[in-house]
Design a protein around this ligand. Structure first.
Ligand code: HEM
Length: 455
């Protein structure tokens, strides 16, 4: 664990060899998580990497995961500098992801209810109906379905009605392009700034701003007319804006209201796409899942309190997919105060990659870690419960605010898909290819074939 600031006579941080000029850029863009695990194995929990001449300190392992949630982590690490470019680009003064301390807490409190499982309480039946409608578009008998794309449609189609009251599927491409450029150019800085002049980004940016304006206009009309219990995330954001425009000024609204699509689109699409692949690759898992989902849906309306307990195989498959293919491979932070980390000096001004998912790939925490084993999470094994071992939703103050909602969305969407459809990989011996941008996940050309309907 990290301890209080006192940074003298400590071990020098080992440097990871890289190429002239670009440093470790290729490893970082090629297969970042494999690179992080290799660095941890060779150099330990802290090492120095270079990306285009910029020095970063890479922290990994359970040590790094635990740092994020610790007092030292809260006092010494900040997100702002990495998100500054996004704020400037959209004319905003602050956003949930860019803030820390009191400012972050203030925004998180405004958005907590809207992003949580509360937003679908009492509406699981409606959620399943929407899923059926959304799936009916792409998943037709005989169809060869591009899975990531279909799951992006599902993510927006199911989040929209509950979080924002709008389902802007026609903006999906724009949101993805905007995320891609923002992450590559403004946040991780793996691409130079002039990339932002690319016409495809300018168009996508303009469309996202247009979407934001449309959402704000619709929500403004609802202000004062919606009962408290019917308010969604956007209503809560607009109410906070009206109550005190200093807390959420007009300029901050675009980023705030489009946030759920940015946060929920690729995360959910990539995770569900991997889950589909993994289940279809493992017939014994698929058989258990089919049995489980048939029992769930054949018994009538879904019991909200019991849902997660009734889907151990589905949840095990989702958790394994998030372990082996995490969508956030590192949190990036700057250091505002010197501190000691595992005997290494971390200095004010250092830029950090903090990879809390390194333990996902370590046999020490997940025996036979490369194996897709959906029973790891059941007691008494409960391998994910070891401190710092399992962090697909991040760690510390910025831990995924949508986690409780995402868990239900992932479980229901996968349960319903395997209940309704008989699927096979296309071709049947397909081996998953992956992409790393905008977020790590299956390649866009990953397809499955709908052999027929099960129900
Ligand atoms: C597979 C599903 C998901 C995964 C694996 C995931 C993962 C993450 C991770 C790792 C972070 C932390 C990033 C950091 O510390 O810098 C995060 C933040 C966040 N996520 Fe998720 N997420 C998922 C789905 C969702 C959904 C469906 C929503 C809501 C629509 C959502 C909303 C958020 C928000 C608002 C934040 C920012 C929290 C903050 O900065 O305080 N996420 N997510």
């Amino acid at each position: 664990m990290a301890s209080a600031p006192a940074v003298t006579a400590l071990k020098p941080i080992p440097r990871v060899p890289g190429l002239p000029l670009i440093g470790n850029l290729l490893s970082l863009t090629g297969d970042p998580v494999r690179f992080f695990v290799a660095c941890y194995r060779k150099f330990g929990p802290a090492c120095e990497i270079k990306v285009l001449n910029q020095r970063y300190v890479l922290l990994g392992g359970v040590e790094a995961a635990n740092l994020l949630g610790s007092r030292v982590g809260k006092d010494c690490l900040r997100s702002r500098q990495f998100w500054e470019g996004l704020l400037t680009e959209y004319g905003a003064s602050r956003a949930l992801v860019s803030e820390d301390g009191e400012s972050h807490k203030e925004l998180r409190d405004i958005m907590r209810r809207g992003y949580s499982r509360e937003s679908i309480r009492g509406r699981y039946g409606e959620f399943v109906r929407i899923l059926d409608e959304v799936y009916a578009r792409d998943w037709k008998p005989g169809a060869r379905v591009p899975v990531v794309q279909a799951m992006q449609y599902m993510a927006v189609g199911t989040l929209g009605p509950f979080l924002t009251g709008a389902t802007p599927v026609e903006y999906i491409r724009d949101i993805r392009i905007a995320i891609l450029y923002i992450l590559n150019v403004l946040v991780t800085r793996q691409r130079p700034r002039f990339f932002l002049w690319a016409p495809e980004y300018r168009r996508a940016r303009a469309r996202v701003v247009e979407l934001g304006h449309t959402m704000i206009a619709a929500a403004s009309e609802r202000v004062g007319t919606v009962k408290d219990e019917d308010k969604n995330l956007i209503d809560d954001i607009m109410a906070a804006h009206v109550r005190d425009p200093k807390v959420l000024p007009t300029n901050d609204l675009i980023v705030a209201v489009t946030g759920p699509y940015v946060a929920g689109l690729d995360t959910v699409a990539n995770t569900t796409a991997v889950t589909i692949y993994m289940v279809l690759k493992h017939p014994e898992v698929r058989a258990r899942i089919e049995q489980e989902v048939d029992a769930l849906f054949d018994a009538g309306p879904v019991d909200e309190d019991e849902l997660m307990n009734r889907l151990p195989a589905i949840n095990g498959a989702i958790m394994e997919s998030m372990r082996l293919y995490p969508i956030a491979v590192a949190q990036i932070r700057t250091v505002v105060q010197d501190f000691e980390f595992q005997g290494y000096p971390i200095r004010k001004g250092d830029m950090l990659y903090v990879s809390a998912v390194v333990p996902h790939f370590m046999d020490e925490y997940f025996p036979d870690a490369a194996k897709f084993d959906i029973d790891r999470y059941q007691k008494p094994r409960a391998e994910h419960m070891q401190p710092g071992a399992y962090s697909p939703y991040g760690r510390g103050p910025h831990t995924c605010l949508g986690k409780s909602l995402a868990e239900v969305q992932l479980a229901l969407s996968m349960a319903r898909l395997f209940y309704k459809y008989d699927l096979e990989l296309d071709p049947p011996d397909y081996v998953l290819k992956t992409k790393t941008a905008p977020t790590p996940g299956p390649a866009m050309d990953f397809k499955v074939r709908v052999k027929g309907l099960r129900h």
